[in-house]
Design a protein around this ligand. Structure first.
Ligand code: PAF
Length: 282
């Protein structure tokens, strides 16, 4: 596995691969890799001849009061895991490499509509930061495929929309959420939870499942389902941020005409913000 930090070296390897007619898949990450990330790498390996994994904790997608400084950084361990999977390149640029003129002077990519609400509502500017860094990574790596986890479902839809709107020649692939045996969606932020909190956190998946069962059994009283779910989360000790039943592809509020839904949820457990979702087709 090549470990690259500089854009020049990255571009020269990408150029050599393109000239040799090899396809490339990119897995953008912020590191602290777990089985969920590794499943993205496995998918990338299935899709393309060469796999690039980027590890970059992107300051542009963190709000002022968020966990940028404390975000878990485990680069050596991450690299070992990626080498075991025979990743071709791990790209670990510095903040200065990605934003040489600083964040204030940085051009950005905004994806309207689909970035609004849900996580975009609670974390203003978050999806601008994500869309901007992912556009830069797409331009640097010029991948044929890019793999993202479905756990961040709104992020996945934002990136798909952005690639389509800006005619970026990449196939954006969503990969199913990996879960603990308890059902808890794997996430780097789970590392902030105590064992006791991890037990409580499983309520999020349980409540999502209950709601999914209701939808499947024909209950279309979306507002009541959402309200009941929020109450269940509160009873389990979580503080709901949002719990919404949306149209799967547009993320607009679900209507009686829809049959492809995604139930999107975010809730706080202490200071840790957990997100999860379930897709339901009826
Ligand atoms: O999902 C993430 O880890 C990040 O949002 C991403 C896509 C790597 C962009 O920084």
């Amino acid at each position: 596995m090549q470990s690259i930090t500089e854009i020049k070296s990255l571009r020269s390897q990408i150029k050599a691969w393109s000239q040799a007619g090899l396809s490339i898949a990119l897995v953008p990450t912020m590191g602290n890799l777990h089985l969920g990330h590794f499943s993205l790498v496995e998918k990338a390996k299935m899709m393309a001849d060469k796999v690039v994994v980027s590890i970059f904790v992107n300051p542009m997608q963190f709000g002022a009061n968020e966990d940028l400084d404390n975000y878990p950084r485990t680069l050596d361990e991450d690299k070992r895991g990626l080498a075991d999977l025979e990743t071709d390149i791990v790209f670990t640029p510095s903040v200065e490499t990605i934003y040489p003129n600083g964040l204030a002077a940085q051009s950005f990519v905004d994806v309207p509509d689909i970035s609004l609400g849900y996580c975009g509502g609670s974390r203003p500017g978050h999806f601008r930061g994500v869309a901007t860094v992912v556009t830069k990574l797409f331009n640097l790596v010029q991948p044929d495929y890019a793999c993202f986890g479905e756990k961040d479902f709104q992020q996945l839809q934002v990136i798909k929309t952005m690639a389509r709107d800006l005619s970026i020649p990449v196939e954006v692939i969503g990969v199913s959420t990996m879960r603990e045996v308890s059902g808890l969606a794997m996430s780097s932020r789970n590392g902030y939870l105590s064992n006791e909190q991890k037990d409580s956190a499983t309520a999020l998946f349980k409540v999502l499942n209950n709601c999914a069962e209701q939808l499947k059994s024909g209950n279309t009283d979306f507002a009541t389902l959402e309200e009941t779910a929020k109450q269940s989360l509160q009873q389990a000790g979580l503080k709901p941020d949002y719990f919404s039943i949306a149209q799967r592809d547009t993320l607009k509020a679900a209507t009686l005409d829809d049959n492809k839904f995604v139930i999107l949820a975010a809730a706080y457990l202490g200071s840790v913000r957990l997100i999860d979702n379930l897709q339901v087709e009826v």
